[in-house]
Design a protein around this ligand. Sequence first.
Ligand code: NAD
Length: 334
Amino acid sequence: RKLGYAVVGLGYYATQQIMPKLAECRNSKLVALVSGTPEKLERYGREYGIPATHRYSYANYDRMRDNPDIDIVYVVLPNSMHAEYTIRAAQAGKHVLCEKPMAVSVAECEAMIAASKRAGRKLMIGYRSRFEPHNKLAIKLARGAEFGPTRIITAEHGFDAQPNQWRLDKAMSGGGSLMDIGIYSLNAARYLTGEEPVAVSAVEATDRSDPRFASVEDRIDFILRFPSGVLASCVSSYSSNHNGYRVTGTKGWIELEPATPYGGQQMRVRRDGKTSDITPPPQDYDQFVGQLDHLSQCIIDDRQPIVPGEEGLADLRVIEAIYRSARERRQVTL
Ligand code: NAD
């Protein structure tokens, strides 16, 4: 059977990227909507054939408990709301897919994991790149023998942030570029090595007279040192465009640019003094469908998703260390 998703927060990502993709899924479907705006519930309810009985507000959210059509709650709200709505969904007996960043602190991530465990339900984080073919191949090559052991990773993510949005309000976002886009550099360095960093050094540069950056950081670059000795140099920016990474081993390199957008990834490798373009083996589903169906399949098979809550927690641990390193102007060990 197809498992039923309730989508919570009908903003850009939910309505423009996720909801259309649920129709393409093999074992997932959209069955319910949650929004604080009645007009959105009416409009998207009509568009997706979701009856009034399956439209919820934040006030009657917990009543999803009584709706057996809902298996999974997908939390696509501003970052500071992820913890509360994940925990309430778990308490209502639902599995949860929660967007990145998992939450705004390590403590919140731990509470979310504990709530899901207590309820006996699964918790997955929306790290869609793990279901994208170029990234999957990059992981395989980076961890394989062909390019030699990895020595250096460079990863860059950034965009020019639009003013007047919750992302620029620290109370809602938990932080600036790092929480939103720099997290892709961090997460890539972790999935390309398969290791957890042991030390981090970070430097921040933010023009506080720019009205966008009154409460959150603009640029924050960081270097991660991994147990095997790999160094990852990472860019995070809210005032310049970046999207790519390169993994350099002793025998060559693997590069993705762009690496983590919604589509259009390009891959090049250099080996034996020659650079060439590479196309990964085709996949009959995209990263969005792959992510949505992965959680459904894990529930059906009762196994742990490849990006569980612990994965979101691991990123938040490093993020807290990055902020501390920048603030205290010193290397922080983990
Ligand atoms: P958005 O602003 O477009 O949507 C947020 C939604 O939350 C809106 O519908 C808004 O009405 C609702 N909301 C409820 N209470 C709110 C409040 N108090 N203040 C502000 N909004 C409130 O944002 P988005 O771009 O859709 O991002 C939502 C989440 O999805 C974020 O956590 C973001 O990091 C994540 N995201 C992930 C990806 C990805 O590729 N994985 C892409 C975009 C966004």
